[in-house]
Design a protein around this ligand. Sequence first.
Ligand code: ATP
Length: 325
Amino acid sequence: MKRIVVIPGDGIGREVMDAAMLVLEELDLPFDYIWMDAGDDAEKRYGKALPDETLEEAKKNDAVLFGAAGETAADVIVKLRFELETFANIRPAKSFPGVKCLYDDVDMIIVRENTECLYKGLEYEVDGVTIATRIITRKASERIIRYSFELARKEGRKRVTALHKANVMRKTCGLFRDIFRGVASEYPDIESNDYYIDAACMYMVTNPQHFDVVVTTNMFGDIVSDLAAGLVGGLGLAPSANIGERHAIFEPVHGAAFDIAGKGIANPTAMILTATMMLRHFGYIEEAKKIERAVEAVLAEGKTTPDLGGKLKTMEMAEEIARRL
Ligand code: ATP
């Protein structure tokens, strides 16, 4: 029996989590769900956005299934990723048949370093001067770069591309680029190349088919994965997994989306596909594929939420998916 800590969080987090649970409950999975609080409301209620009990449960159980973080994101999801040492944030971006988007043949996996960079939150202010410290270490860079090559091998991918800005951030990005080139030479079966992040953003829009596995530092990874999500239909479709040695956190790429929260119109696909990433992580490949096929069928029929031009409510779309299992 796997024990999963479920944290719906803020905004649309609760709505998409209910939708994902409806789909998961259709399958006979040996999972125990432990529902815990975290986020903006938790801060108001307990004085702490990530209450101690939530962190404790997250640390002692098998995985965290997370909905969305709001204003307190830095204290909740960023902290959880650090505390649980989930060093790899895996964000696939894939076109789905029937979804109107810029390209119908995108299929890339962005691997974002999850434990350092500007997300360390080392910011200071001295007399009107604000300073942010960017930490990039040899250890974490090598770990994430190696992970991306191993992932490419495991998933039968052809190429790993690193994104950096080594011509301006010579020390931090320079280290990342040099380590990438060194590790790449150990994987002659996988093609490799590296781009400056700004040029890569353009290539990603003009020639996204070039990108297969993409590895980058924390901040660039956050930005470029939203860009990739935009190429294939938006944040409503983008799942993600945070993987560490001992822990794993599964969360959609999107945030709390307060502009649509409470209306029951959030697209549950990202959260549902996030749940399938959890199933794959635990080895329930057939069950994951079953859900993925159901999602694809529903999207192909144009049965979707307003973000993709459909009329369905969040739970109606989840019911359509669940019905096909
Ligand atoms: P964060 O920094 O926490 O990731 P964000 O600034 O990227 O948050 P989101 O909350 O992810 O912002 O939302 C960005 C936009 O995408 C919002 O305007 C929202 O309407 C849309 N959006 C995000 N998720 C969904 C979803 N599941 N369904 C429909 N629209 C969504």
